[in-house]
Design a protein around this ligand. Structure first.
Ligand SMILES: Cc1ncc(COP(=O)(O)O)c(C=O)c1O
Length: 388
């Protein structure tokens, strides 16, 4: 039919053979086997009972993993950036000030997003291999009186973890909301949204959740809800949590269509949350901590150095490793992939050319994986040093 009108010929899309590497970068991480099965579950359509029941189960799992009793908990259709944009766009209006606590690449992304939304951005910094103390944050909150503070809990570009105790309370003392990026930490490193009094938190499924990228959990506190209900600005339609809350039945009385969510993503997220709920958070956190501690011990035995000097500031899920002078980071990752079929990544943003980013989390949080990886990294370094 209409073949005479075809001006662009059909491309040859061949079947491909793909040898999957062991995913030990800062994300994406290997899937749980249950997630691999879940993405092939039948398609569920919006507006049916089954669909809304799945959303209810996901919301309950998210309240558990965020450790929040807040009702306004759901997942954005999109990668971690969707969560970041949604949290900023819903909670800070054009002309308001967002204070960004910067130490890596993700706060730079927050800055770009906020500026595009017409938000006034102020930045406070610490050296990239360290984290913030409360005094510095307080000085800036007092001086700038921002509408919100943005901070990254686990930073996958630097391998640091920010201590959260007291941060929300401090923000609230100065009338600011606390926005937190937990993309690479949630489900791998302890996080307690309500205890920290965080107001807008977002995450992703492709890291310690051990699922596919493409759906981004978000949670808003009651303070955040107040702001959302009284804000003067209209956020983007797609990211408007006021509308999405109705689709997700956050208040128990609405089941309406907003957009067609991806069934494989919903099934995958549900499977990730089932893994964590069945094992329980303390067990999952202990598993992640133990495999990383073992990995660090093995790296030290091989003489590798850490990019983050203070052990208490090192993130459980992603470790940043410094190579001896003269060893090329990109080449190291290529040799490791070529010789051992393991994928890790070089630095990103401020750590480019300064560190490797190595992730042991979620389904890979096992001492066997830590041993395989440490041995392969030592072999890669020896290979490179002996050929130079
Ligand atoms: C800490 C952190 N925040 C945000 C992002 C962005 O997430 P995504 O790539 O899923 O959009 C990443 C991705 O690596 C991340 O590690």
């Amino acid at each position: 039919m209409h073949s005479d009108k075809i001006k662009v010929p059909a491309p040859k899309i061949q079947n491909r053979q793909f040898v999957k590497p062991l995913l030990c970068g800062p994300g994406p991480c290997d899937y749980w086997p249950s997630v691999t099965e879940a993405v092939a579950y039948p398609c569920i359509t919006p507006n049916c009972e089954e669909f809304y029941n799945v959303l209810d189960e996901i919301r309950a799992g998210l309240q558990y993993i965020f450790q929040t009793q807040s009702k306004l908990v759901l997942a954005m259709s999109g990668a971690g950036h969707a969560g970041m944009e949604a949290v900023i766009n819903n909670l800070v209006g054009p002309g308001e000030t967002l204070l960004i606590a910067a130490r890596g690449v993700w706060d730079q992304r927050a800055e770009i997003i906020a500026k595009r939304l017409g938000i006034k951005v102020e930045v406070t910094r610490v050296p990239m291999n360290t984290t913030f103390g409360l005094e510095q944050i307080e000085t800036e909150l007092k001086r700038l009186r921002p509408a919100a503070l943005f901070i990254t809990h686990g930073d996958s570009s630097t391998g640091t973890v920010q201590k959260m105790d007291g941060l929300g309370q401090l923000c609230h003392k100065y009338g600011a909301l606390l926005l937190v990026d937990t993309v690479v930490s949630l489900g791998g490193h302890p996080f307690f949204m309500d205890e920290y009094e965080a107001d807008g938190v977002f995450s992703s499924t492709q890291k310690a959740f051990s699922g596919p990228a493409g759906i981004s959990p978000v949670a808003f506190s009651t303070r955040a809800e107040e702001k959302i209900n009284n804000r003067k600005h209209e956020p983007s339609f797609y990211f408007d949590v006021k509308l999405l809350a109705k689709q997700w039945n956050c208040y128990g009385d609405t089941r309406v269509y907003h957009h067609t969510m991806s069934p494989p993503m919903l099934w995958a997220l549900r499977a990730c949350l089932q893994e964590v709920s069945n094992a329980t958070l303390p067990v999952v956190w202990a598993r992640n901590a133990a495999s990383t501690a073992h990995f660090h011990k093995r790296l030290q035995e091989y003489g590798f150095e850490f990019f983050v000097p203070k052990p208490e500031e090192r993130l459980t899920t992603v470790t940043t490793v410094v190579l001896p002078k003269g060893v090329n980071y990109l080449e190291f990752t290529a040799v490791l992939r070529e010789k051992h079929n393991i994928l890790i990544l070089e630095g990103r943003g401020p750590t480019e050319g300064k560190a490797l980013r190595v992730g042991i989390m979620g389904a890979n949080a096992r001492t066997e994986v830590a041993d395989i990886l440490a041995d392969a990294m030592a072999d890669t370094l020896n290979t490179m040093l002996s050929s130079s």
